[in-house]
Design a protein around this ligand. Structure first.
Ligand code: UDX
Length: 412
């Protein structure tokens, strides 16, 4: 089995060596039998995904429910099942009752909810040095078990919050909905910047110095994707509607719509750059993952833009340092390039859609020699526009009209 030999089934920095060390030490083992797992552990972390339902905004919790039920059936001795999955509020208390009812250990089979807040690409760091721990519990015993499990982190100063199951469930979706709101807010402002020739990167800096706002999560551009922010935003809205308080969160619909609009904005900006429709044009796309440092392409803004251009009749060649295999599986109709030069050869326009660090290392003067037209759309506002312009490129960002040198005044 791949995992048992220490192979990670996806790209995540720092994970592979840890997996290898764990597997080699014999302290980390993998099994496919739930019964075996139930017999082995006193604490069971359930980390099953909750994707968006195919036919609604709600989250599909069937995987988590199936695992907790199966664990319950085999839980013969006292244990604590700890949900880490992001679930609609109310799921945990329902499952806690079910678990106690079906388990041979009865009430001795407890359930706690301990959401994770890790970011892909930083998953190891966020797990070992989290900002906070949230323990949703319904007994002192469950709290003590979780404090015990996380003792090294708590001793190192990580704050923890002990609360009820519902608050813990909500903490996760609210955090993601808030992060999404922050991103759509700055993207809305980016459009205002475009309308008046102001600069959203400098503006975000000015906002970020206010500690009530903070400077993170204010990178305007192509918007958010991935397996969490979009679906959690929608699932929270769906759950609020079920609970009869949908109006209070109706603005989340708008947050989602602003985000979707970023992709159309990028396509329009590319058309403006080439001076007409994209049909028949060669378009180079740099980036396929939903963000750098991951090979995840779920809800990837970059691929959505690439696919939209292809639909309009452009020839699109996509490069990504890690996500090509996943991108090809999701969008087999697009063309993929092995390196940046291959992607950009004879391109009428180059689109920078996922801000991998290696794209910042590109020498624009050299790249200029392989493209048909030196036109760059930096939809992540992350490249040094002045450097590209000096090398002969026509450059556009989204909401960007400044020197692109954070901290530098326009008069310096
Ligand atoms: C997110 C949450 O950050 C994390 O706490 C939660 O546990 C899971 O969901 P993740 O999906 O890995 O993590 O990505 P994140 O770094 O939050 O970025 C999400 C998306 O927003 C990406 O597409 C990224 O490109 C975009 N983004 C992020 C912006 O457009 N601007 C920003 O300023 C930040």
């Amino acid at each position: 089995m791949l995992l048992s030999s220490g192979e990670a089934p996806f790209f995540e920095p720092e994970l592979q060596p840890m997996l290898r060390r764990g597997a080699a030490s014999g302290r980390l083992r993998f099994a496919t039998s739930i019964e075996q797992a139930a017999d082995f552990g006193q604490v069971h972390f359930v980390c099953v995904g909750t994707p968006q339902m195919g036919d609604s905004l709600a989250a599909d919790t069937s995987g988590v429910e199936a695992v907790i039920r199966a664990l319950g059936l085999y839980a013969r001795t006292p244990c604590l099942v700890v949900g880490k999955s992001t679930v609609p509020v109310g799921t945990a208390s329902r499952l806690a009752a079910e678990l106690a009812a079906i388990s041979p250990a009865g009430e001795e089979a407890g359930l706690a909810w301990n959401p994770e807040f890790l970011r892909e690409g930083l998953a190891v760091q966020d797990t070992l040095r989290p900002d906070r721990l949230v323990f949703g519990v319904s007994s002192r015993g469950a709290l003590e078990v979780l404090k015990d499990v996380y003792a090294p982190l708590i001793d190192a100063g990580t704050p923890y919050i002990s609360t009820d199951l519902a608050t813990a469930e909500l903490a996760k979706v609210s955090a993601n909905a808030f992060l999404a709101t922050k991103i759509s807010f700055i993207n809305g402002i980016a459009d205002v910047c475009d309308a008046v020739g102001a600069d959203v990167v400098t503006l975000a800096q000015a906002l970020g110095y206010d500690s009530r706002i903070g400077d993170r999560g204010l990178a305007a551009g192509l918007g958010f994707g991935g397996g969490c922010l979009p679906k959690d935003l929608r699932a929270l809205l769906a759950r609020a509607q079920e609970l009869g308080v949908g109006e209070s969160l109706a603005f989340l619909q708008h947050i989602d719509a602003i985000n979707g609009g970023r992709r159309e904005r990028a396509v329009r900006a590319a058309e403006e750059l080439v001076g007409g429709p994209l049909a028949g044009r060669d378009v180079a796309v740099l980036g396929a993952a939903f963000k750098p440092h991951t090979d995840d392409v779920r809800e990837s803004p970059a691929l959505a833009v690439a696919a939209a251009m292809r639909q309009q009749g452009a020839r699109v060649r996509v490069h990504d340092p890690e996500a090509i295999a996943n991108a090809r599986a999701a969008f087999p109709d697009l063309d993929y390039a092995a390196d940046v030069w291959d992607a950009c050869t004879d391109a009428d326009v180059v689109l920078h859609l996922t801000e991998w660090p290696e794209y910042r290392e590109i020498d624009p003067a050299v790249l200029c020699t392989v493209v048909r037209q030196p036109r760059l759309l930096d939809a992540r506002n992350a490249l040094a526009h002045d450097k590209w312009e000096a090398a002969g490129w026509t450059v556009r960002g989204l909401g960007v009209h400044g020197p692109m040198s954070p901290g530098v005044s326009v008069f310096e």
